[in-house]
Design a protein around this ligand. Structure first.
Ligand SMILES: Cc1cc2nc3c(=O)[nH]c(=O)nc-3n(C[C@H](O)[C@H](O)[C@H](O)COP(=O)(O)OP(=O)(O)OC[C@H]3O[C@@H](n4cnc5c(N)ncnc54)[C@H](O)[C@@H]3O)c2cc1C
Length: 509
């Protein structure tokens, strides 16, 4: 029987990162990926002739610099494109706000709506930056206990802020700083990106603050460039990667993982297995409850795994023109003109309906990277929020085109030339995302990113340190600390734990 030191189930960016760190220490690593391409949700593909769509992620906001430098991704050609404008939010009355990485410039924008809000903005951005720094401190290590997170904050004033971020809603927090509903909406909209919390939900500020910290960029050639280069780095370090190979079972004998069974029945042995599949898929489908204690299985079943969004990629014949920003090409934008609008969109989601008036994030990707479309054409990426996996009525295959039409109608209210410009579209419902990426219930983060499922509770106390109750089985994907997003950190951290168990622990840098 074929046998390896480590098998990694899944070549998402975290599986590839783990493979790199393990192979670099001369372990014999085999990565098995069911799709015909590596990258999982971080992938760029040609679906409509000449257009290269980011079918999942669009922004490398969370990609860890250590991973980039260790894997030498820049030396291999990875290029970030940064823009001064973070994003723009148009309003139905024809006004709009642009947010810049430059705080002063953003204050000038905000001052058009409220001088008081413009004065408050620098302090709010500082809060966002401080929070992101604390989060960064704990990213590259096994997760801290929640109680330890508080002890990282020394100044009592900072502790108050930290407590507010964890327990207030975005609305409550924004109300403390700002008066204009337009300003509040413009700030809140990014915070709701991909989270199953509304602006009125306690615990919702982290997403908002993280985005405002200003780490905006896109990747030349699309997000798939990252994972293509990661695969190259892993292979050059000595790992083998096989695509188009589905693992149907993680074979467990006497409480210990000993190999994997493929969909065609072949069994491949390994001393250790790391799963890049999400925790529910890993434990409920691949390991199976028969090899787990009932209490653990129940915890995994209770681990919240929910879709939040719906994806539309549009091929355009012309650049979208926003009424709110005449003559100015806009790259990144958000549609969601008030806190109440955002909350009502979430209400539909809560009750099992795709929202009638969804909020959405858009990126005219070709503004910065024309290589993603044929010459003179444009690619518009839309991540439409508040799309529940479970529908009260109907199923996604029946309704997805209607939901996409409605979304485009709403956007056309802000972009009059939109409908004329569309020459093709590719729509992915939460069900499609699940089918394409094998992410349970279409959840991009392999589990909701709410405080009850973060740090040492991700996915639960028993396996948040990347080891699991099954000996020699590890989890290395976004369902572990620090969570979803293209960061490479779960893969890095899991590899460090495996190396420690192999007696090959890396020196702290
Ligand atoms: C529409 C969308 C938009 C997003 N936008 C952003 C963004 O802008 N910025 C950002 O940072 N993040 C974004 N994300 C989230 C981010 O893409 C994911 O959290 C991240 O890519 C997950 O990486 P991963 O390696 O942990 O898992 P995945 O990417 O899910 O990879 C897991 C891999 O395992 C494979 N696999 C699963 N089961 C098996 C099996 N049985 N056998 C073999 N292979 C298997 C899958 O095919 C997949 O390739 C977005 C996600 C989506 C879907």
């Amino acid at each position: 029987m074929e046998k390896h030191d480590v098998i990694i189930v899944g070549a998402g960016h975290n599986g590839l990162t783990a493979a790199f760190y393990l192979a670099r220490k001369k372990l014999d690593v085999l990565v098995l990926e069911r799709s015909d391409v590596v990258g999982g949700c971080c992938v760029t593909r040609e679906i409509i002739g000449g257009y290269r769509f980011n079918l999942g992620a669009a922004f490398p906001t969370t990609l860890h610099p250590r991973v980039v430098s260790d894997m030498k991704l820049k030396e291999m050609g990875l290029k970030f494109i940064r823009s001064e404008m973070m994003y723009a939010v148009p309003f139905p009355d024809g006004t709009g706000i642009r947010l810049y990485t430059d705080v002063g410039k953003t204050c000038d924008e905000i001052a058009r709506f409220s001088a008081r809000d413009a004065a408050a903005y620098p302090e709010f951005v500082q809060l966002a930056r401080d929070f992101s720094e604390i989060f960064d401190l704990v990213r590259l290590f096994p997760p801290p206990d929640l109680k330890d997170m508080f002890s990282l904050v020394e100044d009592p004033a900072d502790l108050e802020s930290f407590k507010d971020i964890m327990f207030l809603s975005s609305k409550d927090l924004l109300d403390r700083y700002f008066e204009s509903d337009k300003v509040k909406a413009a700030l809140a909209i990014m915070g709701q990106d991909g989270y199953i919390l509304s602006p009125y939900s306690p615990g919702s500020p982290p997403g908002l603050l993280f985005h405002l910290a200003g780490r905006w960029a896109t990747v030349q050639g699309g997000m798939g460039t990252i994972t293509q280069l990661m695969a190259r780095a892993a292979e050059e370090a000595g790992a083998a990667i096989r695509t188009g190979v589905e693992v149907s079972q993680i074979v467990v004998e006497n409480g210990q993982a000993v190999g994997v069974r493929l969909a065609d029945g072949t069994v491949i042995g390994a001393r250790r297995i790391a799963s890049n599949a999400d925790p529910r898929r890993t434990f409920l489908n691949l390991v199976g409850p028969e090899s787990l204690e009932d209490k653990f299985t129940a915890k995994i079943r209770n681990y919240k795994t929910e879709a939040t969004g719906f994806k539309i990629d549009l091929a355009l014949d012309e650049m979208p023109e926003f009424t709110a920003f005449p003559g100015e090409p806009i790259g990144m934008f958000g549609i969601g003109p008030s806190l109440e609008y955002l909350e009502r969109a979430y209400d539909d989601f809560k009750y099992g309906r795709p929202s009638e008036n969804p909020y959405m994030l858009g990126l005219v990707s070709t503004l910065q990277d024309p290589s993603l479309a044929p010459p003179g054409k444009h690619y518009l990426y839309l991540w439409v929020q508040c799309a529940p996996y479970d529908l009260k009525e109907g199923d996604w295959d029946q309704i997805k085109d209607r939901v996409a039409d409605r979304t485009i109608d709403i956007l056309a209210g802000y972009v009059p030339n939109l409908k004329r410009a569309i020459s093709g579209r590719f729509v992915q419902s939460p069900l499609d995302l699940e089918r394409r990426f094998n992410i349970t219930r279409g959840d991009w983060g392999h589990g909701a990113m709410t405080f009850d499922q973060m740090f040492s509770f991700r996915p639960n106390l028993e396996c948040s340190g990347y080891r699991t109750p099954v000996r020699n089985l590890y989890i290395c994907g976004s369902g572990t600390h620090p969570g979803g997003g293209v960061s490479g950190v779960p893969g890095h951290n899991a590899a460090m734990v495996i190396l420690a168990d192999e007696g090959l622990a890396e020196e702290e840098k």
